[in-house]
Each structure stands twice: as structure tokens, then as C-alpha cells.
Design a protein around this ligand. Structure first.
Ligand SMILES: Cc1cc2nc3c(=O)[nH]c(=O)nc-3n(C[C@H](O)[C@H](O)[C@H](O)COP(=O)(O)OP(=O)(O)OC[C@H]3O[C@@H](n4cnc5c(N)ncnc54)[C@H](O)[C@@H]3O)c2cc1C
Length: 367
């Protein structure tokens, strides 16, 4: 029993498997056949060096990725602004295609893949026992849990907490033949939350409303015209939809609903199980960092698992510390971003995200 098992075939799992193979290890990748919703997501410029470290920079090709041309927002007041882009512009991903390219590359390197789900895990004295959907049991010297928000291995000791009730009501729309658009992202704050519009390769556009699950008006999830109607009155989203000829296209079917809440944890490692990607912690997509975090954590969780498989704990502790510091930093950035929108301060979505005055602030006020 000297092999490492990677559970989950999303960006985190594929990145962990690749890192293990680059280190000369032959992992087992366990994941059901992919059923990734083709959402269209922004790959932050921070991800590019991580892809280079995985020797996968070339996977960002014309079918999988569109080079970004900027991020525009209406946030804080009614003015449309372009965000500074000192860090670079990133890409707009077709995630299905991108993950397919990653998987194909691993299969070309003869990775052992089991197309199944894991239903149970058990700590063993020198490894982990895994039960598969067909009740077969396999053992591994260490496991990297990359099962996304399902977070298969996350028990009470992980202290996993959901911090909000964010969901996305979204669709991917085909651009009309005559629509001419820049590959730019547009974000607009509204009373209910925020709208997001972002292009995908292949002349498509993702449109999403991010709000809390209890705030989405009843029936909108089943009603395309009512969903897109919620964008009427926006300063930039509605005019852009109209200018691209997408307003009627958007209304012709109901949106899909995806959970998008932030989930924080205290522990990433239990025995010889290491969690990575959304299985470790999932953050509000407003930061557009989930994919870069999945790549980073896959890479570093692999190093931690290699050490754990030899009974060494230090690399795991360093990974857990760095990951949790990163989450704290990202949560603070997220809070600052929500705090920079004062127009809807009394609306529930924004009130819930206001920073609680700290105890010392309170003391100062009462002094
Ligand atoms: C609406 C929305 C928009 C987003 N937009 C962006 C964006 O613009 N930019 C960005 O960077 N991030 C974005 N994110 C976040 C990003 O999608 C995630 O952070 C990232 O995909 C996480 O990757 P992952 O590999 O950890 O998990 P996932 O992609 O969820 O992969 C989990 C894998 O585990 C498998 N699995 C699950 N259970 C089991 C089991 N029991 N056994 C075996 N396999 C299992 C699944 O089949 C899947 O293959 C967005 C998220 C949402 C919800």
C-alpha cells in the first residue's frame, strides 16, 4: 500500500494528480464520468504561473480559453468603471473543455483511473481504506480529497461552516451571429445581490444573478422572462444584453441554480487524508479565485500527501497553514468589496454582508 489516491476529477483533483505524476508517483484517480456544468468562469492571472508549474500552460488554447480584455463594474455608485489590471487579465474558460484537456493529458501519461464515486473512507494504521460505489474496497497510503463542495472526507473535526446563503441563477447564451463584443467581464451590484456577464470561447456569454437563496423571488428559478426581468433598470447589464441581442435569448429558458456560498474550515488534514480545492474551503465567486485556488491547493496537497505517505507530517502542516492564511486574506478582500457598495446598505443581501463593528470599536464608541 504505497499509492496515493486522488478523489475527484475537477481542477483541484486533476492538478493534484498531475503534480504527483511530475514527481514520479503513479496515483489512482477516482472520479465519476464528468458532469461539469458548462458555466464559463474567469481564470485569474494568478493561475498562469501555477499552470506553468504543472507544465500545462499550453492547455489554454482557442477552444478552452479566451484571453480576457478587462473587467468592468458598476459597484459603489451608478458609474461604469474599468478595474485596474496591473496583475494581468486572465482568461475566460470553457471549463468542460479545459478539464477534458487536463484529463486527456493524464490518460496519455497512463494514469490509473477508476470511474466511480467513493462512498466511504476509513482511517487505517498506515493509510486509508476507500469504499467505492460498487462496494469494492481499495487502500491507499494517503488520499487527496478533491470532491468539491461535497467534501466527502470532511467530518466534525474539520469544523466546516457555511458563512452565507449565496446561490447563482445562471445561463450560458449563444451570441447572435452579428453581435460584436469584447472579451470583458461585467459585474453590477443590485439590491438583490450582483449580476455577472462573462464571455466563453465559441461565441457564448454567461449571465448570472448572484443572490441569497431565500431572497430569489418565488418562481424565478422556473421562469426565464422573470429572471432576466430582474435585470431591468440596471445601468450596464440590461443595455449590454440589449445591444448584443441577448435580452430575448436570455428569457427563452429558466436559469440553472448553483450553490455558491462561502464555506470555511479549521482543518484540512485528518490522519492521511488531505483536502484540496472546494473540498477544503469554498469562497464566494465575487473574488474569481476558486479555480486558481483549486490549482494551487492541488499542487501543494500533492506534496503534502507524498510526505504523509512516508509518515512525515511537516509538509502537511505547512500546506494547511498557508491555505488557511490565504482563505483569511480572501475573506477580508471579499468583505471589503461588499463594504464598498453603500447604495443598498438597508437591503437584506447587503446588510448581511456588513462588517460587524469589532468589540474594540464598540468599546471606543461607548467610552
Ligand atoms: C456559479 C459559480 C461561478 C463561479 N465562477 C468562478 C469564476 O469565474 N472564477 C473562478 O476562479 N472560480 C469560480 N467559481 C469557483 C470554481 O468553480 C470552484 O472553486 C472550482 O471549480 C473548484 O474546483 P474543485 O476541483 O475543487 O471542485 P469541483 O470542480 O466541484 O470538482 C469536484 C469533483 O469531485 C467529484 N466528486 C464529488 N463527489 C465525489 C465522490 N464521492 N467520489 C468521487 N468523486 C467525487 C465530482 O464529480 C467532480 O469531478 C465559481 C463557482 C460557482 C458556483
Amino acid at each position: 500500500m504505497d499509492r496515493i489516491a486522488v478523489i475527484g476529477g475537477g481542477v483541484a483533483g486533476l492538478s493534484a494528480a498531475r503534480r504527483l505524476m511530475l514527481a514520479g508517483h503513479q496515483p489512482i484517480l477516482i472520479s465519476p464520468d464528468p458532469a461539469v456544468p458548462n458555466r464559463g468562469e474567469t481564470l485569474s492571472p494568478k493561475a498562469l504561473t501555477l499552470l506553468e508549474a504543472l507544465q500545462w500552460g499550453h492547455l489554454l488554447d482557442a477552444d478552452s480559453a479566451l484571453p480576457g480584455e478587462g473587467r468592468f463594474s458598476v459597484w459603489g455608485d451608478a458609474t461604469l468603471r474599468k478595474a485596474p489590471d496591473q496583475e494581468g487579465l486572465g482568461y475566460h474558460l470553457d471549463r468542460v473543455q479545459f478539464e477534458r484537456l487536463m484529463r486527456t493529458a493524464l490518460l496519455a501519461d497512463n494514469i490509473e483511473r477508476i470511474s466511480s464515486t467513493v462512498t466511504a473512507m476509513e482511517h487505517l494504521p498506515d493509510g486509508v481504506g476507500l469504499t467505492l460505489a460498487d462496494r469494492a474496497v481499495i487502500t491507499a497510503a494517503a488520499v487527496i480529497d478533491c470532491t468539491g463542495r461535497a467534501a466527502l472526507s470532511s467530518g466534525a473535526a474539520a469544523e466546516r461552516r457555511r458563512l452565507d446563503r449565496l446561490i447563482a441563477a445562471w445561463r450560458v447564451l449563444d451570441l447572435p451571429d452579428d453581435a460584436d463584443t469584447a472579451a470583458a467581464t461585467l459585474v453590477e451590484a443590485v439590491e438583490l445581490g450582483w449580476w455577472y456577464m462573462s464571455p466563453l470561447p465559441g461565441r457564448r456569454m454567461m449571465l448570472g444573478l448572484f443572490t441569497d437563496t431565500d431572497l430569489l423571488p418565488t418562481g424565478v428559478a422556473q421562469d426565464g422572462p422573470r429572471w432576466v426581468g430582474l435585470a431591468s433598470g440596471t445601468h450596464a447589464i440590461a443595455p449590454r444584453l440589449q445591444s448584443l441581442g441577448l435580452d430575448s435569448v436570455a428569457a427563452d429558458a429558466a436559469p440553472a441554480i448553483a450553490p455558491a456560498a462561502s464555506v470555511a474550515v479549521r482543518r484540512l488534514i485528518e490522519g492521511r487524508i488531505v483536502r484540496a480545492g472546494d473540498a477544503a474551503a469554498a469562497l464566494d465567486p465575487v473574488g474569481a479565485n476558486g479555480l486558481a485556488t483549486a490549482l494551487w491547493s492541488g499542487l501543494h496537497a500533492a506534496a503534502a500527501a507524498l510526505a504523509l505517505a512516508k509518515g512525515e507530517a511537516d509538509a502537511g502542516m505547512a500546506y494547511e497553514r498557508d491555505y488557511l492564511q490565504g482563505v483569511t486574506h480572501q475573506l477580508a478582500t471579499q468583505q471589503a468589496m461588499y463594504a464598498s457598495e453603500p447604495r443598498f446598505a438597508k437591503a437584506p443581501f447587503w446588510r448581511r454582508r456588513q462588517i460587524e463593528p469589532s468589540a474594540s470599536d464598540q468599546q471606543e464608541k461607548t467610552a
